[in-house]
Design a protein around this ligand. Structure first.
Ligand code: GAR
Length: 196
């Protein structure tokens, strides 16, 4: 059984989707949810799901990324994860950290990568007049929102869409895509998932 750590910063809806998928014959189980924000709504959801929770508050490290990542690493290692899933984790990780988990760390990003790395992906898709928008699960490497693509879900942009309507319509696709990718990945299968 593969041990999965899930890193969050906010509401944690992707964390819930991942955790709820890891049942029955699934090759992995959630072992810890780690948040960099003590107020993240996802922490209460992790508690309801009975998953151990940890907080490593980045603000306590006063912009010392190495110190933050050192404690994050120690905290994770305490739970001996095989796979790390970033699920709405909004801190940029250094290459020193990502290299420790190379080939074992996944991220979900709300755009059809390689388009729109970074923030404000929904607004940028609208500004560019894109006909399609979507989300991507990829392996995490040192470069932000880069790394091998493991799956994408696509949807049409509609007339009258705003960044908020796009985000709301995309979230259920994220909740379908990320568990589908993790299930394959935990078996060692990196064939990209395409949704729909
Ligand atoms: C999701 O839309 C995820 O794709 C995005 O944050 C949201 C988290 O929601 N991630 C990023 O923007 C990463 N750069 P959640 O906390 O409800 O899963």
């Amino acid at each position: 059984m593969k041990r999965v750590a899930i890193l969050i910063s906010g509401g944690g809806s992707n964390m819930v989707a991942l955790a709820q998928s890891m049942i029955g014959d699934h090759p992995a189980r959630p072992v810890v949810v780690v948040s960099n924000d003590p107020d993240a709504g996802g922490l209460a959801k992790a508690e309801q799901l009975g998953i151990p929770r940890e907080v490593v508050d980045h603000r306590e490290f006063h912009k010392d990324r190495n110190a933050f990542e050192g404690v994050l690493h120690q905290t994770l290692e305490h739970h001996a994860p095989d796979i790390i899933c970033l699920a709405g984790f909004m801190r940029i990780l250094t290459g020193a950290f990502t290299s420790r988990y190379e080939g074992r760390m996944l991220n979900i990003h709300p755009s059809l990568l390689p388009k729109y790395k970074g923030l404000h992906t929904h607004a940028r898709a609208l500004e560019n007049g894109d006909a399609d928008h979507g989300c991507t699960v990829h392996e995490v490497t040192a470069a932000l929102d880069d790394g091998p693509i493991l799956g994408q879900a696509r949807m049409a942009v509609k007339a009258g869409d705003t960044p908020d309507t796009l985000a709301a319509r995309l979230l259920p696709l994220e909740h379908a895509l990320y568990p589908a990718v993790l299930r394959r990945y935990a078996r060692g299968d990196r064939t990209p998932v395409k949704l729909p």
